[in-house]
Design a binder for this molecule. Structure first.
Ligand SMILES: Cc1cc2nc3c(=O)[nH]c(=O)nc-3n(C[C@H](O)[C@H](O)[C@H](O)COP(=O)(O)OP(=O)(O)OC[C@H]3O[C@@H](n4cnc5c(N)ncnc54)[C@H](O)[C@@H]3O)c2cc1C
Length: 461
């Protein structure tokens, strides 16, 4: 247990540094019983608590409210069982995502969900956020890859949601827990689906003279019935940041956008799709279409994309990685409006898109010590959401709601829509001790009558 000022400082936020809180202490359990004991102790004295993985979340999910207990799961990082016949792995929640694929590659298997933070983020955090990644387009987000979850409920009891064989009946509480942002309990183990490594992988890099043409190529590829494993887009400002950094991948500096297309599957099918993708990109004005000649070049293409957030770390002390989704065909118009808003607000913004999913990440470089700049960043953050919702989009593609977007849920859901979410929450956590104040806005009547809710609702983004 750590309760020093430096520990409280280190755990004051996740990857969203716009909002901070000061925990009472940080605990590092190593077993399910250890987690249950901590939760029961919190319940006994009415102390709020929250689970934390690696703290790479980008919506304030692991940001503590003042005075709560942080239960850090990173020491619960073991693989408990690998079952190659049924293609499953049972792991503890603190296991780092990329470790799992590394451990099963010799069996010809991998764990498909691949957030760009996969070398640091944990399976517990991935489950809580229903994380996606570049390969979500073909393989889906975390949820379909989670068969069952052992959970310490907010009263300290232990249960299993779902079944290891995937044949669950009754309410799909496994599904409800995935993406619940740590508000329904603490995952202490999970059985995950492993998928075979594809026989062939082919990665193409297509630079374009403008972002609109690149977006049109994305829509054309999907319209042609091709489902690439990944379809990623970087704008010119991202290309500049990447190429000036240690993640330089040889992206052409004269391009206004770079499209990364990954195809995988059986060799014959991949070869056929590769020819069609090349033709579709060329027809939409690609300046060039390069195909990775070997694994080294494929990894180099990806190095720029995977390192893009890190590359932006050189531009300013803080980075706000925004996240929203719009219908794919609206991407050019939405990105143009976001760029115009950035110019109007005088903020530095670069775009990375999981374009195949219509998921965009406008990245804002800033210095939070500058109060004026901080305020402009908050304003454009809100404006980006309004632009995306107006275009038929939603609040988040993969980073979750957390504190960042809690108070915008009303843009998407009516009070009647939010009510069942609150009922579900209250069924799991009637005392509101488990990661309180996140994701679901409190109804006005509730915040007025309940001092605790008033306090949580006051935690502002
Ligand atoms: C550079 C960078 C790139 C990123 N790229 C992606 C991406 O491609 N796709 C994507 O989806 N996200 C991405 N993210 C966001 C982040 O990595 C994910 O949300 C990730 O799943 C968080 O995992 P974590 O272990 O860091 O969790 P934390 O940040 O520690 O926690 C996140 C949430 O999970 C809850 N939680 C943690 N452990 C448990 C547990 N055992 N039981 C219950 N709840 C728990 C916390 O309470 C919190 O609400 C990126 C972040 C960074 C910094």
């Amino acid at each position: 247990m750590l309760d020093t000022p430096s520990a409280r400082f280190a755990y004051q936020a996740d990857g969203l540094t716009l909002v901070t809180g000061s925990p009472l202490a940080v605990a590092f359990p190593t077993t399910t019983d250890g987690v249950a004991g901590l939760v029961r102790a919190c319940c006994a004295i009415g102390l709020p608590f929250l689970a934390r993985g690696a703290g790479t979340g980008l919506s304030g999910g692991a940001t503590p409210i003042d005075g709560c207990l942080v239960i850090e799961c990173s020491r619960m990082n073991r693989i408990l069982e690998i079952d190659p016949v049924n293609r499953t792995a049972t792991v503890q929640p603190g296991l780092v995502n990329a470790q799992l694929s590394r451990q099963v590659v010799a069996l010809g298997l991998h764990y498909a969900p691949d957030p760009s933070s996969q070398s640091a983020c944990t399976i517990g955090g991935n489950i809580a956020e229903n994380s996606g990644g570049p390969h979500t387009l073909k393989y889906g987000t975390t949820s379909p890859h989670v068969l069952s979850i052992e959970v310490v409920l907010p009263d300290g009891s232990i249960c299993t949601l779902g079944r290891r064989d995937g044949h669950s009946v009754g309410y799909d509480l496994r599904g409800a827990f995935v993406g619940s942002e740590g508000t329904l309990g603490i995952a202490t183990a999970a059985t995950l689906r492993l998928v075979p490594l594809p026989e062939t992988v082919c990665t193409l890099l297509a630079p374009f003279g403008d972002l609109v043409s690149a977006c049109e190529a994305v829509s054309a590829i999907i319209a042609a019935g091709i489902v690439p494993a990944a379809l990623e887009l970087l704008d010119d400002r991202t290309i500049d940041a990447v190429e000036a950094s240690v993640y330089a991948a040889g992206y052409p500096r004269n391009a206004r956008a770079v499209l990364l297309v990954e195809l995988d599957g059986l060799p014959v099918g991949v070869a056929h799709e590769r020819a069609r993708v090349e033709a579709l990109c060329s027809a939409r004005g690609a300046l060039d279409v390069r195909v990775a000649r070997d694994e080294a070049e494929r990894l180099a293409f990806w190095r720029g994309r995977k390192g893009a957030f890190g590359a932006m770390g050189r531009l300013a002390p803080d980075l706000y990685v925004h996240d929203a989704v719009v219908p794919r065909t609206r991407l050019p118009d939405v990105v143009a409006r976001i760029n115009a808003a950035a110019e109007r607000h005088g903020v530095r913004l670069a775009n990375i898109l999981h374009a195949g999913d219509g998921n965009l990440h406008p990245n804002i470089s800033f210095d939070r010590r500058d109060a004026g700049e901080l305020e402009r960043v908050r304003q454009i953050g809100a404006e980006i959401l309004e632009i995306c919702i107006a275009a038929g989009g939603v609040l988040s593609g993969e980073h979750g709601i957390g504190l960042e977007k809690r108070d915008y849920m009303g843009l998407l859901f009516s009070e009647a829509d939010l009510a069942p979410m609150r009922w579900l929450h209250d069924a799991f956590d009637p005392d509101d001790l488990c990661n309180p104040g996140k994701m679901i806005p409190q109804p006005r009547a509730c915040t007025e009558s309940n001092p605790r809710h008033r306090e949580y609702a006051a935690v502002e983004f």
